[in-house]
Design a protein around this ligand. Sequence first.
Ligand code: FAD
Length: 408
Amino acid sequence: MSQILISEEALHWKEVAHQVAEEVVRPIAKEYDERQEYPDEVRQAFAEKGLLGVWIPKEYGGHGAGIVALCLVIEELSRACGGVGVAYAVNALGSFPILVGGTEEQKKLWLAEVASGEKMIAFCLSEKFAGSDAGGMRCEARLEGDEYVINGEKKWTTNGGIATLHTVFAVTDRNSKSRRISGIVVEKGTPGFTVEKVEDKMGIRAVPVVETHFNNVRVPVGNLLGGRPGMGFKHAMQTLDYARPGVAAQGIGLAQGALEYAVTYALRRKQFGQNLASMGVIQDMLGRMAAKVEAGRSLVLRAASAVDAGDKAVVNRLAAMAKSFSTDIAMEVTTDAVQIFGGYGYMKDYPVEKYMRDAKITQIYEGTNQIQRMVIARNLMKEAQSFSHLADYIPVETYEGYDSEPVD
Ligand SMILES: Cc1cc2nc3c(=O)[nH]c(=O)nc-3n(C[C@H](O)[C@H](O)[C@H](O)COP(=O)(O)OP(=O)(O)OC[C@H]3O[C@@H](n4cnc5c(N)ncnc54)[C@H](O)[C@@H]3O)c2cc1C
C-alpha cells in the first residue's frame, strides 16, 4: 500500500502558493467574483512564481514536484478564492492527457509551454448531450490527408478564451466500440474554432466557463495525442483519476478558508453578552467542521500520493473517494460557516457566502459525486473475491439465483 508522502519540495510549493494567495488573490477575490472576470495579475503571478510547472516532470520543463504538491498548491489558492483555485487547477486537467498519452515530442513541446506559463490549457470533454456519459459525445474528427477536420461543440470549457491550448476529445471512429474517441490538441486562433456562450455562473466566477464550437477546424495529424487514434477515452479517464485529487483539494481549501473566517467571526461577534466562540453549540459546530476538513485533507493526500507512487490498483477508487468525500465536506463546512455568520453570512458584503457558492460546483464537475460513489462501489465489488470467505458466515437461504459473476 502506498504511503502519504509529502516532500520538502511539495512543502516549498505550498508556501509559494500561500504567499500568492494572501498577497495577490485574497485582496481581489471579491472584486473579480462580482465582475466575473479572470484576474490577469493572478495569471502573471502563476507564471512568475513558477506555479504552472509544479506537476510537470522536469524532463518536460516543469519542477517534477508531483500531484501531492499540485494538491497543496490548489488547496492554498482555493482557501483564498475557489475561482482562482480552479483557474490554476484546470491547467493540470488540460495537460494530463498529454502527460498520460502524448508522444515524447508532444510532451516536450506542449508541456514545456504550459510549465513556463507561456500557454494556458483547457480540457474539452463534456458536451451538451454528453456529461456524465462522456463516451456518448458527438463532436467528430475526420481524417483528411494529413489533417483532422473537427466539427461539433463542447460544453463547459473552463479557461476557454484564456487558454491557448485545448485538449479536445472527438469521435474518430463511429463504428468502433472501444476505440471510438481520440484526443487532439487544438490551438486558439485555428480557423473555425470559436469560443461561444460565456456562462453566467453561481460560483467560481473568476474563471471563464464557455461553449467551444468547431466548424471544419483543420489541425495537423501530428496533434493527435499519442499518434494513434482511438486512445482518447482511456486517456480522458486516466486524466480524471489524476485530476480528481485536485478537485478534492479545491474543496478542502474552500472548507479551510470558510472555517478560518467562521472562527475569526465567532471570536468577535457578541450576542447575549458573550462571544459566539464561547457558546457550546458554536464550539460543537467548529469542532465538527475542523475534524471534517482534516479527514478530507488526509484522503486528498492519500489519493495524490497513490498517483505519485503509480499505485494503479488503488488510484481510481481513492481519487473518487477523495473527490466525493472532500467536496461534500466543502459544501457542509461552507454552509455551516454561513450559519455561524448568521444573517450577515447571507450577505455579499461578507466573505463566506462566496465560499458556499464556490463549493457547490466541486460536487458536480469532473464527475458528479453520485458517479464517484458508483466508481467506488464498482471497485469494491471487484475486490469482493478477496473476502468471499465471509459468505460462509452468512446463512444461505436468501441467495436463491445467486450468480457468482461480479456486478459490472
Ligand atoms: C462550471 C463548470 C465547469 C466545467 N468545466 C469543465 C471542463 O473544463 N471540461 C469539461 O470537459 N467539462 C467541464 N464541466 C462539465 C462537468 O464535468 C459536467 O457538468 C458533469 O460531468 C456532469 O454532467 P452534466 O452536467 O451533463 O450532468 P448529467 O450527466 O446530466 O447529470 C445530471 C444528474 O444526474 C446524475 N446522474 C447522471 N447519470 C447518473 C447515473 N448513471 N446514476 C446516477 N446518477 C446519475 C448526476 O449525478 C447529476 O446529479 C464543467 C461543468 C460546469 C458546470
